[in-house]
Design a protein around this ligand. Structure first.
Ligand code: ATP
Length: 351
């Protein structure tokens, strides 16, 4: 048994309903989440993130497979027997209870002594910096403060694993950014394993130790934010995480010939035949001089720090370049430009 693993999901499948109306929410998902890790499940709406989280929490039972926590099979344990707690998008606070009563509620229900409940409440309210709000009612708090109360309540019983289902999506952008760093801090201070669900790729990249990218009930890739961004293994992941250009090509002579006829010396690992090149806009440079390739600017969008140029290559395929607005010459729609690609950073995907 690997003692570093908090949650081990093995071949988990979940089908809702039966017969013609059956929905496969999870196909066959296996994943190991390490102790003390900030792990994010990322994917578009309906890909099965919440279902996987609910299976870990015990609110759903998988149709197949098993879930282990620190080496113990918990697949059929009821939620309250798992050292796991969940923070939901809707804070689900009791409106008639004070902040302190909300936070202590779960512990009280579990039969903890009043003094222990009070001590735990003080501890977690300090952790989320709400010591001075203990006697307020939820409606006397801002959205961000309510979310902190929900967090404090989930942390009070000292769970081994905290599940967070899109907990920031109800907050405005500024507050959301604040709560992102707050969550990172809480995770680092408590050392609790956080499993965070979001469909926001930027949120996933900035917050996580590792990310699992899901699509249509399957886990497509697991890795650090750098792995996922710089080395996507599928077109879906490359497309979902950040902006990506895709160029079709074919391996020829240890290089890839693209539709323009140009040969690119991209990193190949034994690929043959047709391939797709995934090229980030920041890997494309544009110049008024001669370069490896040429094209015509069809769109220029000023985005503040960066300008996005869409370039039509010789064969008509579009290529987006992201260029720092200040550091380079600017180009206009209609300009013919030289185009170079940082070939070492290009990802080669099997077509
Ligand atoms: P979102 O980001 O929109 O919450 P998600 O990635 O969390 O999406 P899930 O909520 O896990 O996705 O849903 C996965 C699939 O299972 C979807 O097709 C959804 O409609 C379906 N589903 C979820 N819960 C049920 C249910 N109780 N009964 C039937 N189908 C369900």
């Amino acid at each position: 048994m690997n003692t570093d693993i908090a949650i081990d999901a093995r071949n988990v499948g979940k089908i809702y309903g039966s017969g013609a109306g059956a929905v496969t929410a999870l196909g066959d998902v296996s994943i190991s989440i390490k102790k003390g890790e900030f792990f994010t499940l990322l994917g578009p709406s309906g890909c099965g993130k919440t279902t996987l989280l609910r299976c870990i929490a015990g609110f759903e039972t998988p149709t197949k497979g098993s879930i282990h926590l620190s080496g113990t099979d918990i697949t059929y344990d009821p939620p309250y027997q798992r050292p796991v707690n969940t923070v939901f998008q809707s804070y689900a606070l009791f409106p008639h209870l004070t902040v302190a009563q909300n936070v202590g509620f779960g512990l009280k229900m579990r039969g903890a002594a009043a003094a222990d409940v009070a001590q735990a409440v003080d501890r977690v309210l300090a952790l989320v910096k709400l010591e001075d709000f203990a006697n307020r009612l939820p409606q006397q708090l801002s959205g961000g403060q309510q979310q902190r109360v929900a967090l404090a309540r989930a942390l009070a019983p000292e769970p081994q694993v905290l599940l967070l289902d899109e907990p920031l999506s109800a907050l405005d952008l500024k507050l959301r950014k604040e709560m992102q760093s707050e969550l990172k801090r809480l995770q680092a201070e408590t050392g609790i394993t956080f499993i965070f669900v979001t469909h926001d790729q930027e949120e996933a990249l900035t917050m996580s130790d590792r990310i699992g990218v899901m699509s249509a009930g399957a886990l497509l890739q697991v890795g650090t934010p750098h792995d996922i961004y710089d080395r996507p293994t599928t077109r879906f992941v490359a497309d979902f995480i950040g902006e990506t250009n895709f160029l079709e090509g074919s391996v020829e002579d240890h290089q890839v010939r693209i539709g323009t006829g140009d040969l690119l010396a991209v990193p190949l690992e034994g690929e043959t035949g047709p391939v797709t090149l995934a090229i980030r806009p920041e890997q494309v440079s544009v110049t008024s001089a001669q370069a490896d390739m040429s094209g015509k600017i069809t769109d220029a969008t000023y985005m503040g720090t960066d300008t996005h140029y869409t370039i039509e290559l010789k064969d008509g395929s579009p290529l987006v370049a992201r260029i720092q607005s200040k550091s380079t010459a600017t180009f206009d729609v209609g300009d013919t430009v030289g185009v170079a690609i940082d070939a070492r950073a290009v990802q080669v995907l099997k077509s």
